[in-house]
Design a protein around this ligand. Structure first.
Ligand SMILES: NCc1[nH]cc(CCC(=O)O)c1CC(=O)O
Length: 311
């Protein structure tokens, strides 16, 4: 038996550690005899907690340090929530596998209110993303959307301390952490189209590391892969940072892939929506086509304006 140990770089939040342990267990199970260790580390995104992500350079901040560790051979692979992975991969790295998609929906969490629809006029709602903000503002312009940062447990604590009437989180994260019972209501796609990659765990490798790429590839779920490909090519064509108010969500029905996309202004007043359907083998082209259609409809001018306003 070889002495090979596969090292997983991971952030130290409870969710990141859960995901890394999950992948470690899947790898050990798939490859009996393979040793898998975690290499926990703190990233810049974890250190800067006092400002909205959109103002500090976006979500790439959560993964740069993991990639540095991989390039210095302190770790071999990194496990990510695909929602947090920018659509452009830096040179030298490759995404080698996507796990089967967990629940992709956004969740409404409140202790006092039974549903989003029953929130009182002017209620304070915490969310970390412009994507959720713009979609919910469109339905309820009266609500006060407030930035909410920190890991899942911190966000729930802030709700429990009455800093908010309700908060919005990804269902997948809550379910992974055993917090499903905190979910008050699930949003349908007509209320909130999920983020690109939401609910999908992806695994990143060094692109010259054939041995570990082969280990990781064995975990790939082809349907998850194709959906993620369509969503990410949509985001990439929009040149959207993950913090742009962009939603993209693909589903598969047999060999047909359907992609829904939304681009909106943070105040919810301007909104571009569309959907494209095609054979799954065209996943990438479907994403590009939907992006180009929405850009032409007016989303191009909106995104340009948002880029100019960005700090
Ligand atoms: N930005 C943090 C983050 N990254 C991935 C998830 C949830 C899990 C997933 O979507 O796979 C979360 C928490 C949240 O947005 O509520």
């Amino acid at each position: 038996m070889s002495e090979h140990t596969l090292r997983i770089a991971t952030r130290q939040s409870r969710l990141a550690l859960w995901q890394a342990e999950h992948v470690a267990a899947l790898l050990r199970n798939k490859h009996p005899g393979l040793k898998v260790d975690l290499v926990p580390m703190t990233t810049q995104g974890d250190r800067i907690l006092d400002r909205p992500l959109a103002n500090i350079g976006g979500k790439g901040l959560f993964i740069k340090e993991l990639e540095l560790a991989m390039s210095e051979h302190r770790a071999d692979i990194a496990v990510h929530s695909m929602k947090d992975v920018p659509s452009d991969m830096p040179p030298g790295f490759t995404l080698a596998a996507m796990l089967p998609r967990a629940d992709p929906r956004d969740a409404f969490v409140s202790t006092r209110h039974k549903s989003f629809a029953s929130l009182p006029q002017g209620a304070r709602v915490g969310t970390s993303s412009l994507r959720r903000q713009c979609q919910l503002k469109q339905a309820r312009p009266d609500l006060e959307l407030i930035t909410l940062r920190g890991n899942v447990d911190t966000r729930l604590r802030k709700l429990d301390e009455d800093q908010y009437d309700a908060i919005i989180l990804a269902a997948a994260g809550l379910i992974r952490l055993g917090l499903e019972s905190r979910i008050t209501e699930y949003f349908g796609a007509e209320q909130s189209v999920p983020a690109v990659g939401q609910g999908i765990i992806g695994i990143e490798c060094r692109d010259d590391d054939a041995r570990n790429i082969a280990y990781v590839r064995a975990l790939n779920d082809p349907q998850s892969w194709q959906c993620c490909l369509a969503e990410r090519s949509f985001a990439q064509r929009l040149e959207g940072s993950c913090q742009s108010p962009i939603a993209g969500f693909a589903t598969l029905n047999g060999d047909q892939l359907q992609l829904h996309g939304v681009i909106g202004s943070p105040d919810g007043r301007e909104m571009y929506r569309g959907a494209h359907l095609g054979p799954v083998t065209d996943a990438e082209a479907i994403g590009v086509r939907l992006a180009e259609e929405l850009l032409k409809d007016g989303a191009g001018a909106l995104l340009e304006r948002l880029r100019q306003e960005a700090p």
